[in-house]
Design a protein around this ligand. Sequence first.
Ligand code: FAD
Ligand code: FES
Length: 249
Amino acid sequence: MRRGKLLDIQVDLRSNYVKLKIGANIDVKPGQFVMLKGDWEEPILPRPFSIYDRDNISFTVLMKIRGKATRKLSKLKIGGEIRFKGPLGNPYPEFSDRMTYLIGGGSGYAPLHFYAEHCPRKENIIFFIGVDKKDTREFFDEVKGCRYEWAVEDGSSDYKTVVDLIEDYSFPPDAVLIGCGPKVVLQTMLRIAEMNSLEAYVSLEEMMVCGVGMCKGCAVKVKEGDRISIKHVCKDGPLFSVKEVLLEW
Ligand SMILES: Cc1cc2nc3c(=O)[nH]c(=O)nc-3n(C[C@H](O)[C@H](O)[C@H](O)COP(=O)(O)OP(=O)(O)OC[C@H]3O[C@@H](n4cnc5c(N)ncnc54)[C@H](O)[C@@H]3O)c2cc1C
Ligand code: FES
């Protein structure tokens, strides 16, 4: 595994989100992820995180505190060591000439944010993002030049959920939809895409062990003609067309 120092950490305990800025120059493309862990002795496996931001000396992940590993990562001190493997997975394709709707909820915002930062035509990007609280919304940086529609569960915006937001919206026929986040959001997106014959992709966040196609832990079912076969999110994804993937959760 590679090593990097923690250059900065921002923790928002009101919303349970953390930004970790890690000192390492990685050649990462939008959509790719890293497996990372702290320099601890306990046998906690590295966990997958999308890249939220990057510059020539560092990369940043935006993380929701969920369980053991994320809680420990949220308590690291600046200067502490991080170990990581990556970048892993395949970059998202570019659709900069078409209206692209980036649809996400919670930590699903991370890869969409990095994708938008790298898009040469930001005026073609519209975010539909769902978060639980106003505080979470304030912790998520907006990408300059893109349009944002927020859904906030605490009632501080017009819509409470991103599901309500996208169900109420008329997508143009040549739109591209890219989603990442809670299953209910991805399933709604899939249904809307099917009903309106839209091109749409989902970025999946299955639990992972190896991150490189060896353990078979991140298997998803896909349609290949009349057959159902298996692909792996770490090696074949994380992005899948809604035409191929079966979201059976
Ligand atoms: C390709 C990829 C990219 C990811 N990018 C990000 C990211 O940018 N930011 C981020 O916050 N998270 C991201 N995740 C999810 C992240 O890896 C998990 O939240 C993390 O592994 C949880 O570890 P933990 O030890 O804290 O929680 P655990 O102790 O392992 O689990 C605690 C609880 O969280 C649930 N949980 C664990 N993993 C997930 C998951 N993937 N989705 C939903 N619930 C889960 C468990 O079921 C359990 O209830 C990504 C996952 C993948 C596969
Ligand atoms: S995480 Fe091991 S095969 Fe994908």
